[in-house]
Every structure is written in C-alpha cells, then in structure tokens.
Design a protein around this ligand. Structure first.
Ligand code: NAI
Length: 413
C-alpha cells in the first residue's frame, strides 16, 4: 500500500536570507532545508531548483517560466514578502504549484517608515543632517513645516495605505485617499472621487499600490504638475509606479520640495552592488534600499506566516492564502476515532465543462470509495482534495491520471 512521501525527503531551498524562524519551522516538520544567501545568478539558481520541493524567495529571485520548468519536483513556492511579481504565477498555476505570500506581515513596518519620512521631509531633516556632517550649522526654519493640519493623499488604500491613514490622523493630518475600489474610510479619512482631485489638495502624496499595468508610472510629469508647489512625494510601493526622471525634474525646479523613494525600476541584486538612479544627489530626497518592510519584527512574522502555509500545504493540502490557485482549507485529519485514517489525494485540473463528471466516472470505474471531497475552482484551474479509503489511493491516482485535463495529482498521505 502507498505510504506518504517521507517528510525527511522533502527539500526546501530558502533564498535571500529568509528569517531563521522560517527554516526552523520547516525543520521542525522534518523537512531538509538549504539556505542560500542572496539571489544567485541564473545558472546557479537553475541548479539549486532542480531537486527542490519547496522554494522560498524574497523580492529579488526571479522564478519565471524557464526556472519553474527546470524545477521538476516543485510542490509549492513561498514568497517571504508581500509582492509576488517575481514569480510567474500563471506558469506556476498551470503546473499545479501554489504560490504563497504574507499579505500583511510587514504592513506596519512600511507604514511606520512612511510616517517617519513625512515628518523628516517636512522638516528637511536629512538635508540638515548631511550639512551637519559636513560641518555646516544651518539653523533656520526656512522650508520646515509641521505635519499637523496638512493634507496627506494616499494612493492605494489597502493594507499599508489604510495603516498609514490611521497613523497620519494620529499626528493631526487630514487624510484623503484614492483607490480603484470603494474602500471603508478609517477614522475621518475620505475617499477622493478621482486621482486628480486628490493631487489638487495634497501636501504629501504617498503611493501604496501594487505593480500592475494600471499603476505603471501612475505619477509622472502631468501628475506632478497637478500638485501644489512644495508638495512631497513618497514611493514605498514598487519602482515603476513613479516616473523618476519626471520626479527629478520636479524636485530640481522646486515644484516638489522633496521625496522619499524606497523602490526603483532597477534595483541592485545584492548588498554592496552599486546603486544608480537619477535621484542620487538631490537635497531633501530620502533614498532607502527597499527596506520598507525590513524590520526584525516583520521578517519574523513573514517567515512564520509563509513557512506555516508551506507546511500546511505539504502536510494537509490546504491552499488557503495561495495567490494563484483556488483556495481549499482542510482539517489536519479528515476522520478520527475508530475509522482507519483515509488517504488524501490532491488533484489540480483544468477547469473546463465536463471535467467533474470525468473525475467522478474515473473514480467510480476504479471502484474508489470517496469519503470526502473539497473542491474550489477559478476561471481556469480547479483544485480538488479527496479523502479515499486507504486501499483505494493507488486506484484513485490511476483514475485521475487518465483524465486529459489533469494538471497534477499526487497522494499526500
Ligand atoms: P494591498 O493589496 O492591500 O493594497 C493595494 C491597494 O491598491 C488596493 O486597495 C487596490 O485596490 C489599490 N489599487 C490597485 N491599483 C490601483 C490604482 N491603479 N489606483 C489606485 N489604487 C489602486 O497592498 P498593500 O499590502 O497595501 O501593499 C501595497 C504595495 O506595497 C505592495 O503591492 C508592494 O508592492 C509594496 N510593498 C513594498 C514594501 C517595501 O519594502 N517597500 C513592503 C511591502 C509592500
């Protein structure tokens, strides 16, 4: 009779210095864990992926079609961050590989940094500090403002944007936000009817939108022109959301009084590599190396969150929290007590008309007794988890494999 794949043979490869808590959790399950500092060049990456069952990346390691195709044993990917644009989600989906992330493990860290930057830029602190380091004592109130009573425009009112909203109001700021979706305003914040209406009234604009076709260069020359003279722009979201050449021009002309940028269209791949940007050398511009979410608290929270989701998928088959496949939440054990524990079979399939009846007839013709079944679908992919009599799991597997629409199937235990 088939037994489950031994946990000790499951190999997880964690890239880019994922917090120890992630490796510890995977190891406590008996999985083997290989840790790779930084994001390796393409050829090394391919070699490391070849025998990996689980892969953990942060924002740098690109898992495109070619890399995923070379990872023949891959069961699931964990993005130990919020963004998942470093992974080709569609290729992973079509291969029955769930991709997990941590949607709010570092939300508060980004929000705190944003608030700190609003105050620092309003007081021109970095510019003054740089002068002090150069031996210049420039005691002056020129260009320094309180944030109380000023208007903060938040573009993207999701996890981070809404946290920034709460913290900014606590500092006495007036908050207006713009989002493509209707959102519940927190506190006294108000949703702007348009991006232009927000730009017309904001003293500070901060973007908290994902990278997408609709957010590429969302802020450029035309948008900066709509801002009040002296406004501040902050991008702690994704590098291509702001047109940096236009930002430089607006700052040099004095139309913008400053800005903070944590993300860039091209970012160095690892620590120590040179950083090039048209924003270098500007006064009252804070540049940070994509550290918005990089606090110890956030890294630990993310590591526990994502590693926990990987463990749950491997052990139980749950895809809750996956960003690219239908989400199925499952109990640890489908039955207890007297009855012999069933075997659990996972089946990813193309979601086309008639596939469910094919699944049912394939199981029926193999004589498989299904004790329980959980199914979720999206427009293209279906994910069904079957608990079958222990003696029937091989037959179930054979039946499911014979179906043309099968993407991937395996016995979990
Ligand atoms: P979220 O998904 O909770 O919120 C994003 C919001 O943007 C949603 O409400 C969505 O409706 C809105 N949106 C999407 N397209 C829009 C558009 N064209 N115009 C206006 N609103 C639009 O995401 P969350 O957690 O708030 O994160 C936002 C972004 O911050 C992430 O996508 C990620 O790129 C970035 N991030 C950066 C970090 C850093 O280290 N600097 C760390 C964490 C996240």
């Amino acid at each position: 009779m088939r037994t489950s794949f031994p946990k000790g043979k499951i190999k997880a490869v964690l890239f880019e210095g994922v917090h120890d808590a992630g490796a510890e959790l995977l190891e406590s399950e008996g999985f083997g864990v290989e840790r790779v500092a930084g994001s390796p060049p393409a050829d090394e990456l391919v070699a490391l992926l070849a025998d990996a069952h689980l892969v953990g990346v942060r924002s740098k390691t690109q898992l495109r079609g070619a890399q995923l195709a070379g990872a023949g044993r891959l069961l699931a990917v964990g993005c130990f961050c919020i963004g998942t644009d470093q992974v080709d989600l569609e290729v992973a989906r079509q291969s029955g590989v769930p991709v997990f992330n941590s949607p709010f493990g570092n939300t508060r860290s980004v929000a705190e940094l944003t608030i700190a930057e609003i105050v620092m830029l309003s007081r021109r602190v970095f510019e003054k500090s740089a002068m002090m380091h150069a031996g210049v004592w420039d005691k002056s109130a020129l260009g320094a403002r309180e944030v109380r009573g000023r208007t903060l425009g938040i573009i993207g009112y999701g996890h981070i944007g809404s946290q920034v909203s709460v913290l900014a109001e606590a500092l006495g700021m007036r908050v207006v936000f713009h989002d493509v979706a209707p959102k519940l305003p927190l506190g006294n914040a108000t949703q702007s009817e348009s991006l232009d209406a927000l730009l017309a009234q904001a003293d500070v604009v901060t973007v908290h939108v994902p990278a997408s076709a609709s957010t590429a260069e969302l802020l450029g020359e035309a948008e900066f022109a709509k801002l009040r003279r002296g406004a501040i722009v902050i991008n702690n979201a994704r590098g291509n959301v702001v047109d940096l050449a236009a930002a430089r021009a607006a700052i040099e002309s004095g139309h913008l009084s400053g800005g903070a940028f944590d993300v860039f269209p091209q970012e160095p791949r690892s620590r120590g590599e040179a950083f090039e940007s048209e924003l270098r050398g500007l006064a009252n511009v804070i540049l940070t190396p994509h550290i918005g979410g990089s606090t110890l608290e956030a890294q630990e929270a993310i590591a526990r969150d994502v590693a926990g989701k990987l463990v749950k998928f491997v052990n139980v088959g749950s895809t809750t929290g996956a960003v690219n496949v239908p989400q199925v939440e499952l109990p640890v054990q489908a039955s207890a007590g007297e009855i012999e524990r069933p075997h659990r079979v996972l089946h990813f399939h193309k979601n086309v008309p008639g596939v469910l009846s094919k699944i049912n007839s394939a199981l029926a013709s193999e004589g498989v007794n299904v004790r329980s079944q959980s199914l979720q679908t999206d427009s293209e992919v279906g994910y069904v988890v079957l608990d079958v009599d222990p003696s029937a799991s091989e037959a179930a597997l054979a039946g499911l494999r014979s179906i043309e629409e099968t993407i991937r199937t395996r016995v979990l235990w």
